[in-house]
Design a binder for this molecule. Sequence first.
Ligand code: MSP
Length: 665
Amino acid sequence: MDKNTFYITTPIYYPSDKLHIGHSYTTVACDALARFKRLQGKEVMFLTGTDEHGQKIQDKAAAAGVTPKQYVDNIVEGPGGVKDLWKLLDISYDRFIRTTDDYHMESCQKIFTTLHDKGDIYKSVYKGHYCKPCESFWTDSQLKDGKCPDCGRDVYEAEEEAYFFKTSKYADRLLKWYEENPQFIQPESRKNEMIAFIKQGLQDTCVSRTTVPWGIPVPFDTKHTMYVWVDALSNYITALGYGNEKYSDYDKFWPADIHMVGKEILRFHTILWPAMLMALDLPLPKRVFGHGWLLMNGGKMSKSVGNVVDPVVLCQRYGVDAIRYFLLREIPFGNDGMFTNEALINRINSDLANDLGNLLSRTVAMCEKYFGGTVAPTGAATEFDEDLKAVVSAMPAQVAKDMDELLIPQALQEIFKAIQRANKYIDETAPWALAKDESKKEQLQQVLYNLCESLRMAAILLNAYLPNTAPKMAAQLGLAEGELSFEDLSWGKRASYTVHKGEALFPRIDVNKELAELAAQDAARKAAAEAAKAAEKPAEAPKAEQAEAKEQEHLPEITIDDFAKCEMRVAKVLTCERLKESKKLLKFTLFDGERERTILSGIAKWYAPEDLIGKHLCIVANLAPRPMMKGKYVSEGMIVSAEDDEGNVTVLQLPETVKPGAQLC
Ligand code: MSP
């Protein structure tokens, strides 16, 4: 029989830096699933937490001049830390585990000892490349051009005593498990990667270090600490009380219904973790889902790349539910997705403000205007009622199916399909016209009741995704708290409505104004950062020296990777005009192979607009957008040109055979 419990986990986060919106993505997705399962009446255990040991944290703490524990305490519990972020994003976790919690460390030591006693952990020698200054071992594949990937210095072959886990012993059992449990690894494409990885031949895993003191000590050989992944993966059972007295939920919730993880850590969760569980004779989790990444400027968002987006800033600007909605709706679950301000604003405007917000405000306003706020069914149908009812009634089962298959964007799409159907129903039935005809009063009331029913059903489901908005909808519709369960999802369940007009759910955003403002903020932030950097630089050289140096002025040498950061593309000039506000500037609309963009360029002295219309130019496409003319325009890139000795400017033009979008390299 199906258990009425549901155990869902996020990965536990490295608190080496503040979390960014990419981290929030996994957690918001798990939260939506957890809330949905609760709505369906399941007893849910939603676990999240932090993975606090290892070299990286140790180094960060040393750099900050604090102990590792002080360092992680601040990032996890401190103001603006991990727990604050989850509170802000309305993450309804049931348990938060920190791998520095005593009970977890005690359980991990028991797990390690058990595996050792069973012969699945053995002592041997770890061979690798050692970087002395970093005190780190690296494998062949980790080295960068044969050097230490952290500091770039030479490494030398070295050996270290270490314990190993017999991962290789479990290769066949793992493959058999995948075959017998087709749901275990999802999405399907990722399963094939894991199978191929195992078939290449599994190595045993080095599970202890003698050079990383910030870790859980191996209980029977305390000069060793445990490999962070053994410590981290164990959290999924220690948090339920496995091997400790702190909790006693293991029997109730294990095996987990789903481990949700990013694709880059799927291998740990589908090979090392199940092999450890097999060695411990414990059941395996039912599903491991490897989702894609949230990308920004084409790359995975990451602090080291410097392309992170701060979720706190986004929530303050647009509201928590708008951000949750964007994350859940925009990215096909399982694939990578792009974060852009435009995409976010468009989602807010089209789905939340237009579709959802308008449906509610129009419905409530009409109930008040025509019936003093109270409507009940009259039985006077219009020809459009059956279709609306069919679409809305089909929604709950379809959403539930999508959620079971982890198709979160599709589930939301399903809800919005019903919302759009209801908006269309307003246009079809034209209540304002019915209101003019006294004999159509009953029909009008039925129409408004039908709209309230549609909104009620949508609000119940939306609770899982938009936990701040759905209650606002319920309040405007006059629903009580006890009416928001899955059982209430049947058409006609409510006898009547007394509505109360409230504030607009999502005010519409003026896209151009907003983008200009964001660009201005970005420019100001960058200028402040530059100024701060300049303030750190040594005093400038005396004027005479500067003059001498001018002759050989060159930028510092860059690597091919530095160059690759500059995206130069061919773009076709669609329009070009002079600006009455400026003698210098020409305003271009260009097609860059994907979209149209506006660029302002100071070349009016050398070109008439008609000289350039239709021409294929070269643009720097990934330059941060820049507000110009006091924010009236935003220039989205730069046109590449060259200046001769007289200071005349010529733009770089390419033949028409080089199509828009072609990259210059
Ligand atoms: N500590 C390990 C997990 C141990 S679980 C037993 C870890 N931590 S992490 O902080 O680096 O990443 C946590 C999760 O955030 C991972 O699933 C990772 O994929 C996810 N993300 C980090 N950046 C991300 C994006 N830009 N986009 C989507 N998810 C991202 O790995």
